[in-house]
Design a protein around this ligand. Structure first.
Ligand code: FAD
Ligand code: NAG
Ligand code: NAG
Ligand code: NAG
Ligand code: NAG
Ligand code: NAG
Length: 511
């Protein structure tokens, strides 16, 4: 029903802009590339915003409405050859395009376009190979579906920690998973990338077939969409039994106790199977905290959290997918608004098209009581400032990882130059309704990251030069910060793989 409303809205707005100003072309005309694609691709592959509106909406919609743009057409390739055809077409016509995996990009324009929008959703296979302990995973899947397909085999892969996150962007940007303390970043676990290169060549890139490109695809936190379009990932698998954990929410008065439990956890934890994401969330003048615990066994490390009086508590022994689905991440979509105490505006939360969003991040070596106090202060400071600007979520995800997080890499990779320091990302996540405040929220996300980073430096955390995590970093984060001294080599590799800069026609962080 929501889709139908939006469909009507979309069709109406197209008609209005066409009739109001028929001769004044304000948007570049990307129609020729769409017409050409319709001619050369199998029937049903190219979707027009009005004629194929439902498919078009499915292809182009994102987790955050600010990451969705009105593309001239969307296209849903079914084979690597289709992808090659699309890349050759956008290349020869120099048409802007986008590649969308799971659509969770928090940065506007990273997986959206006014030109040709490529949805990878038909790349949806999961094939487990028990002999090599690997799985071939399609680039259009969300992690929920990968976990579901592997569960019957008693194995799992390193993927997203909460529901709905896409395989592709997560992998190509690094990937902090529930198993990262044991096995490293998700990208570390990739043994092959099936890649359609910018010139349309299809290759399966491994450490032996093309070591340089393989390292580039894994560069630092991952090569993003710089080297072409990945269609399938071959990932290492790991045994998976039941897990213990879930979601606990607390109301405002209990936040100081939660902060103390987080600081205690962060300093004491040594068990790589015990892990948390704590969210401080300032919602339209109300405070609440979401907390996720995921431990494969109960060893006392979580007792402090369990002792605090909670608003909701859903902790138990369960399968991995059920844990992932217990997360509050679809909150932008309003599907879990029942979790919010005294929510002043439930209507705004049930509007799937409503919330705009931005992420930013700080890389920390540890979450100390001082840093957690700073984060709490930032939560209430920016919550108070931004709620009057249609803010709906002013939140900070505290994600402590073990210091030896990066020591588990088993395949050669360019990342990182120095694996001796583990970095725990802080995820700053703001959501709001009114596009006229976009730049206020973007600036606030930069300012708050700077404040927290300064506080960490003041308390002598060794984070000067530490790369911000690209999958959380705001769109104008300098590449030098994220890719460091490796950037020059990546630019050289990019230029040799993509001499005419086809991938520059797509958004994202660009080498
Ligand atoms: C609710 C939520 C939870 C999250 N949880 C985590 C977490 O636990 N750990 C973590 O590390 N990160 C997490 N993230 C961040 C996440 O890793 C990024 O948002 C990531 O970009 C999502 O990938 P996607 O495929 O869904 O995104 P998309 O928006 O589809 O794509 C992101 C980028 O990847 C490019 N891309 C997509 N598909 C391809 C392809 N096939 N070939 C080449 N390039 C491609 C796009 O062009 C775009 O630049 C989370 C994000 C959200 C919104
Ligand atoms: C790519 O290579 C890997 C490793 O050899 C293999 O497991 C995988 O099946 C190959 N993928 C494709 C699509 O050929
Ligand atoms: C969250 O949203 C995604 C995308 O719509 C959906 O596939 C997933 O099942 C949802 N998860 C939950 C727990 O509702
Ligand atoms: C959903 O939100 C959008 C953007 O704020 C608004 O234009 C639209 O009218 C809302 N739809 C409903 C059904 O409330
Ligand atoms: C709280 O944060 C704001 C914004 O960064 C800052 O101006 C203020 O000094 C902080 N207050 C305390 C007590 O740290
Ligand atoms: C890596 O960082 C650690 C801590 O800052 C430092 O002691 C070590 O010398 C560095 N190693 C390299 C190879 O730069």
């Amino acid at each position: 029903m929501v889709h139908l409303n939006y469909l009507f809205f979309l069709a109406a707005s197209l008609l209005i802009s066409a009739s109001a100003n028929p001769t004044n072309v304000e948007r570049a005309d990307h129609g020729p590339a769409c017409l050409e694609l319709r001619r050369v691709l199998p029937p049903g592959t190219v979707h027009n915003p009005v004629l194929d509106a439902l498919e078009y909406l499915k292809d182009t919609t994102h987790w955050a409405s600010s990451s969705t743009q009105l593309a001239t057409c969307s296209v849903c390739p079914g084979t690597t050859q289709d992808v090659a055809t699309i890349l050759r077409t956008v290349s020869s016509t120099r048409t802007p395009f986008a590649v969308e995996g799971g659509g969770h990009a928090s940065n506007p324009g990273f997986s959206s376009t006014e030109g040709v929008h490529i949805s990878m959703s038909r790349f949806s296979e999961v094939t487990y190979d028990a002999d090599t302990q690997t799985a071939v995973v399609g680039a259009g899947l969300i992690w929920d579906d990968v976990y579901a397909a592997l569960a019957p085999h008693g194995v799992n892969v390193l993927g997203g920690r909460v529901t709905g996150v896409g395989v592709s962007g997560f992998m190509l940007g690094g990937g902090y998973s529930w198993k990262s303390n044991q096995y490293g970043l998700a990208v570390d676990s990739a043994v092959a990338f099936e890649l359609v290169k910018p010139n349309g060549d299809v290759v399966n890139v491994t450490s032996t077939s093309d070591p340089t490109l393989f390292s580039g695809l894994k560069a630092r936190y991952g090569g993003m969409n710089n080297f072409g379009i990945v269609t399938r990932f071959t990932l290492r698998t790991f045994p998976q039994t039941m897990v213990w954990g879930g979601l606990i929410t607390y109301t405002l008065p209990h936040i100081p106790e939660v902060a103390s439990a987080v600081a205690d956890f962060s300093t004491r934890v040594t068990d790589p199977k015990a892990s948390i994401i704590t969210t401080y969330n300032f919602l339209l003048g109300q405070g609440s905290t979401f907390l996720i615990l995921s431990g494969m066994r109960i060893d006392g490390i979580f007792e402090k959290f369990l002792a605090i009086q909670s608003f909701t508590k859903d902790i138990k022994t369960r399968d991995f997918l059920s844990l992932v689905k217990a997360s509050p991440s679809n909150i932008t979509y309003g599907q879990r608004s029942e979790l919010l105490p005294d929510s002043p505006s439930p209507d705004s939360l049930t509007n799937r098209t409503a919330c705009r969003a931005i992420f930013n991040t700080v890389s920390l070596t540890k979450y100390t009581p001082t840093i957690l106090e700073t984060i709490l202060n930032e939560t209430s400071y920016w919550g108070a400032h931004l709620s009057s600007k249609s803010g709906t979520f002013i939140s900070y995800d505290v994600e402590p990882f073990l210091p030896d997080l990066f020591s588990h890499n088993t395949t050669p990779s360019a990342y990182p130059p120095n694996r001796s320091i583990g970095l725990s990302p802080l995820n700053i996540y703001y959501a709001w309704l009114d596009p006229k405040f976009d730049s206020d929220f973007h600036q606030a996300a930069r300012d708050t990251a700077a404040s927290i980073r300064n506080a960490a430096i003041v308390e002598s955390q060794d984070i000067i030069g530490a790369p911000p995590y690209p999958n959380y970093a705001i769109f104008d984060t300098p590449l030098e910060q994220m890719y460091g001294s490796g950037l020059a080599g990546l630019k050289t590799l990019k230029a040799s793989v993509d001499p005419t800069n086809v991938m520059g026609l797509a958004g994202g962080f660009k080498f």
